[in-house]
Design a protein around this ligand. Structure first.
Ligand code: NAD
Ligand code: WQD
Length: 347
């Protein structure tokens, strides 16, 4: 298949572009590089020993999309492009709705005009909201969302369900990711957050490599065994392969929801200890008050993805830690060769 990957230069997109090339698909990436470097795609081509097509452009730019669909015979779209920083979404809700919601609508309009009806969308476990019982199952209703980022994912799910209901030509996979971490085992591809990382694993890895002094753990008074939050962390290569599996499912019309997680919850302290064990680095940390909006514990029931997509997370915690550490050690400044650590902050 010839697959358009929006946001394909980013963290999950680049790993998925590699999995697609390795599975024999052709790949066209559309990315505006607002949170990524084209270097990731250069490395994808190097690892796969195959080339892809890169177009620098924006999903909100209808003319750019129309030209892309005219010039390339696209069979399916995997749509990663979007903004994902929860705190930033509270400060800049319009930017989040413009990119994540309006951008997706523009993409779907361009797809419809081009006669392309197969879409895989990056959704999130956050759509279950705070009241869903664990483990989360796909047939549970979408819940309250705690921030505009989460609301944007929930809104897009609703929009896509309405779109498929209006026209049986559409086949859409809504993939609800849990907490993707890790990197390609080569150490050549990985997560490269700009500025101070919001997420746990990149923060731990930057402490290990000396870019941050210590980790702040948000809350040690949750109702969990060690008082820290529990999440379902999955390897980004497993997640990437989940997208390749979902593409095969896009022969069936309708909107198909799948959780992509391991089914196992781990606490923040367990994650720190596992990283320390694998990397043989000490990660100093201190506790701070809870972070607003954090839930105490959730993990996936991924049996539906297993039954219908033949997908399971195959890589374990030690692989996630070893691959994160290899990427960070080999690329202390991510895809950039030079960095001014004082200007990016050192907290
Ligand atoms: P990322 O920021 O690394 O990748 C997103 C990519 O989209 C970047 O390369 C960015 O430059 C590009 N982009 C942003 N706005 C664009 C626009 N208007 N036009 C074109 N390109 C644009 O993030 P990621 O972690 O790889 O996440 C990919 C998708 O998965 C996002 O939609 C995110 O919300 C979703 N998701 C991520 C996680 C996670 O924990 N990383 C969890 C659940 C869902
Ligand atoms: C994990 C745990 C933190 C950083 C977020 C989004 C979600 C999805 C995935 C994109 C929590 C704790 C973290 C730190 C810490 N994103 N933590 N110190 O919050 O589960 O999910 O990313 O779609 O929508 O909300 O992931 O990695 O930020 O946090 O103690 O410096 O680590 O409190 O318990 P989260 P995370």
């Amino acid at each position: 298949m010839n697959v358009l990957v929006t946001g394909g230069a980013g963290y999950i997109g680049s790993h998925t572009a590699l999995s697609l090339l390795e599975a024999g698909h052709d790949v066209v990436v559309l990315d505006n590089l607002c949170n990524a470097s084209q270097e990731s795609l250069r490395r994808v081509e190097e690892i796969a020993d195959r080339s892809l097509t890169f177009i620098e452009g924006d999903i909100r730019d209808r003319a750019c999309l129309d030209q892309l669909f005219n010039e390339h015979s696209i069979h399916a779209v995997i749509h990663f492009a979007g903004l994902k920083a929860v705190g930033e979404s509270v400060e800049q809700p319009l930017a989040y709705y413009a990119t994540n919601v309006a951008g997706t609508v523009t993409l779907c309009q361009a797809m419809q005009q081009a006669g392309v009806f197969r879409l895989v969308f990056s959704s999130s476990a956050t759509v279950y909201g705070p009241d869903a019982p664990v483990p989360y199952q796909e047939n549970m209703p979408r819940g309250r969302t705690a921030n505009p980022y989460g609301t944007s994912k929930s809104m897009v799910e609703q929009i896509l369900e309405d779109v498929v209901r209006s026209d049986q030509s559409w086949s859409v996979a809504l993939l609800r990711y849990f907490n993707p971490i890790g990197a390609h085992p080569s150490g050549r591809l990985g997560e490269d957050p700009q500025g101070i990382p919001n997420n746990l694993m990149p923060y731990i890895a930057q402490v290990a490599v000396g870019r941050r002094e210590s980790l702040t753990i948000f809350g040690n008074d949750y109702a969990t065994t060690d008082g820290t939050c529990i999440r379902d962390y999955l390897h980004v290569m497993d997640l990437a392969e989940g997208h390749v599996s979902a593409l095969d499912r896009l022969t069936l019309s309708g909107a198909h929801i799948y959780n992509l997680g391991t089914g196992q919850g781990l606490s923040v302290i367990q994650m720190v200890e596992a990283f320390e064990r694998i990397s043989e680095c000490s990660i100093p940390y201190q506790f701070a008050p809870r972070r607003e909006g954090d839930l105490d514990a959730f993990w996936a029931d991924s049996n539906k993805a297993d039954a219908e997509l033949g997908w399971q997370a195959r890589r374990g915690l030690d692989d996630m830690m070893a691959d994160t550490w290899r990427w960070q050690r080999q690329n202390p400044n991510g895809y950039r060769t030079n960095i001014n650590t004082t200007s990016e902050g050192t907290s």
